[in-house]
Write a protein that binds this ligand. Structure first.
Ligand code: URA
Length: 276
């Protein structure tokens, strides 16, 4: 006759069983294979990292790991490669002060792109070593024309990018504008109220601050193709210089020279996430 179990024993056994299942679930599904993590950290290709592992160049929490299939907790385990520690960051965020002549794209057959420039700048920023920066997954959030300069956000965070660009979110974008002729108060008012740029409906309300006869800032909450230039064209003016100053809560760092990038601070990232 099998010995009878008490309710307490049964609930303890149930708890133990659930804990083991949860642990196995974490190990199998949630935790990442070390070879994949090393690739994500940009340490090498899948085949290269296998060789690094085999040579004993990788350790996790101080313990050498040789097998590529070893599971690691990428959020908390400390990964070392050739003695240097790496921190896994699923998302990275860069502010670029885009110069003229660069296209806001990841790749382009004939022109240097913002991602090409980011890669160059990261090599300067991180001492010639891109390990840990997933540059291959980064893209510019929205487009600035080739001749437009100023704030460009680059990230691999698709959700944030989607939120910033969604027409439903009305994220404000502020530009500094120089024009060929005077921007008088009437024209500024027309721009503020909305103008016809051939999209079937007037542009949404904007805010214009006149700075001098031919310079102003304009804040718009849409992102139509060449929107600012077309808005000024609609009131008979040509934009001869355009610089983006801010996007949502993110303001172009005045210390960031044209062509340079820096990572966003934690506050900038959390403000962007919160205030969209
Ligand atoms: N509006 C434009 O016309 N060009 C830009 O690059 C951005 C906004």
């Amino acid at each position: 006759m099998s010995p009878k179990t008490t309710p307490v024993e049964r609930s303890l056994a149930g708890f133990f069983f659930k804990t083991v299942v949860l642990f196995l679930f974490c190990v199998i599904i949630i935790f990442m294979r070390i070879d994949r993590l090393l690739c994500e950290l940009n340490i090498g290709s899948r085949s290269e990292v296998k060789v690094f592992l085999k040579k004993g160049l990788v350790s996790v929490n101080g313990v050498k790991v040789l097998k590529p299939e070893t599971k690691v907790d990428e959020m908390s385990d400390i990964i070392s490669f050739q003695g240097k520690e790496y921190r896994y960051r699923p998302f990275v965020y860069f502010m670029m002060n885009k110069p003229a002549g660069i296209v806001s794209a990841t790749t382009d057959a004939s022109c240097k792109t913002a991602v090409d420039l980011l890669r160059e700048q990261c090599i300067h920023l991180y001492g010639g070593n891109l390990s840990g920066i997933p540059v291959k997954d980064i893209f510019p959030v929205g487009r600035l024309d080739k001749d437009t300069v100023g704030l460009l956000l680059l990230t691999n965070d698709g959700e944030m990018a989607h939120n910033l660009l969604s027409p439903k979110k009305h994220v404000p974008k502020k530009y500094y504008v120089e024009t060929d002729f005077s921007i008088d108060k009437d024209k500024a008012l027309m721009l503020e109220k909305g103008v016809d740029i051939g999209e079937g409906e007037l542009t949404k309300e904007a805010v214009v601050e006149l700075l001098s006869e031919k310079t102003c800032t304009i804040t718009i909450t849409e992102g139509k193709f060449h929107q600012v230039k077309r808005m000024f064209q609609a009131v008979g003016l040509k934009v001869i210089y355009l610089k983006r100053l801010s996007m949502g809560s993110l303001v172009l760092d005045s210390a960031l020279k044209e062509g340079c990038v820096r990572e966003l601070t934690e506050t900038e990232v959390s403000n962007l996430c919160l205030k969209i």
